[in-house]
Design a binder for this molecule. Structure first.
Ligand code: TXA
Ligand code: MG
Length: 332
């Protein structure tokens, strides 16, 4: 078992990556567990440390667009347009994989997810180590992602070599993953860059549906088959405060309640909000998204039995958060 060292020194973290070690680092979306994407032995160790199923491919990160040739054989026109519009930033494009990237990183697929994080420390790290870095989210497989370095330690202490410290992640939900290998871009995972934003660059972009996927690959988004983002506590989704009316005092005292502040403020019957061990309100969808994973983790830290989460409605801006909510509740 490695001793996990915590560092603020980006150069030291870059050197560790060059040596084939596992380094957690901050990005604008969530923390990642970085490893040299060309080093199969290091990648094997990463899958083991995370407890990740070997059929779920990793996203490969670079510090600047000019490094793309280390990751992909070519950029399709759609990949290039989307990267120019939204990278560095919370977007991943799926393209044809370059020979140097380990087959283990892409779970044997001939495609690879390519991402240039917008986070300044992440970019410095990637530029300094000058390698394509495979990095899944820094949680143990199946658990909520990590948006603070302390959350990374909770899951990964004694399993990885370094944690490069940083602030709380600004976006809080993972990047938008867009398959750019076909005739039209297809969103495989919703994220901060919304469908409408993508369509403003390429109007034919659409959300993945099972029918498309079967026509394109047999494994459209391999990650979607596994359980994700689930705390130990049960996650119960609600849309109206009235749905909380049947809860007993004892159920409330072992539960957390989280919703948009508007819903809490406008609740007709304020009694329905009483007696919870924890109540959290969010000013906006962005705020809810930023705090979402840390909320799920704090419920487990307090050993609560249940978290009641307001399920956000369906819209362009809420797609990413709603997707994570449904998955956290085991409903997707
Ligand atoms: O924001 C993010 O993307 C974060 C930070 C660390 O960059 N990373 C992240 O990685 O969320 P991970 O491993 O937790 O999720 C990667 C997702 C999975 O759903 C995986 O199936 C999908 O991307 N993916 C990766 N490579 C793919 C490929 N070649 N084709 C289709 N889907 C792919
Ligand atoms: Mg993940």
């Amino acid at each position: 078992m490695p001793e996990t060292k915590i560092t603020d020194d980006v150069a030291q973290a870059a050197e560790a990556l060059r040596q084939g070690l596992i380094v957690a680092f901050p990005t604008e979306t969530v923390y990642g567990l970085g490893v040299d994407a060309t080093n199969s032995a290091a990648i094997e160790r990463l899958f083991e440390a995370k407890g990740r199923p070997s059929d779920n491919p990793l996203i490969v990160h670079i510090g600047k667009l000019e490094q793309w040739t280390t990751v992909a054989t070519r950029l399709t026109q759609s990949a290039e347009l989307l990267l120019k519009a939204f990278a560095p930033g919370p977007i991943t494009v799926v393209v044809e994989k370059a020979g140097g990237i380990s087959e283990l990183a892409t779970a044997g697929l001939h495609t690879v997810g390519l991402r240039i994080p917008g986070h300044e420390r992440a970019r410095r790290l990637l530029e300094l180590c000058d390698l394509p870095i495979a990095a899944p989210s820094a949680n143990r497989s199946g658990k909520p992602s990590c948006t603070t370095w302390k959350a990374v330690l909770e899951d990964m202490d004694g399993r990885i070599d370094y944690v490069l410290r940083g602030d709380v992640c600004d976006v809080g939900l993972e990047s938008t993953v867009v398959d750019c290998t076909g005739r039209h871009p297809i969103v495989l995972r919703a994220g901060r860059i919304s469908l409408k934003q993508l369509q403003s660059i390429i109007p034919t972009t659409k959300m993945f549906s099972v029918d498309d996927g079967q026509a394109i690959h047999d494994l459209p988004s391999p990650g979607v088959r596994h359980a994700h983002y689930q705390p130990r506590a049960s996650v119960v989704l609600f849309e109206s405060i009235d749905e909380l009316s049947g809860l007993t005092a004892s159920q409330r005292s072992h539960a957390a309640l989280a919703a948009l502040s508007d819903l809490l403020r406008n609740a007709g019957n304020k009694q329905l909000l009483q007696g919870f061990a924890m109540v959290q309100g969010f000013d906006s969808i962005e705020h809810y998204g930023r705090e979402f994973y840390e909320l799920l983790r704090s419920v487990d830290r307090c050993s609560l039995a249940t978290i009641y989460l307001q399920l956000v409605d369906t819209s362009d801006a809420t797609a990413a958060l709603r997707d994570r909510q449904l998955r956290a509740a085991g409903k997707s």
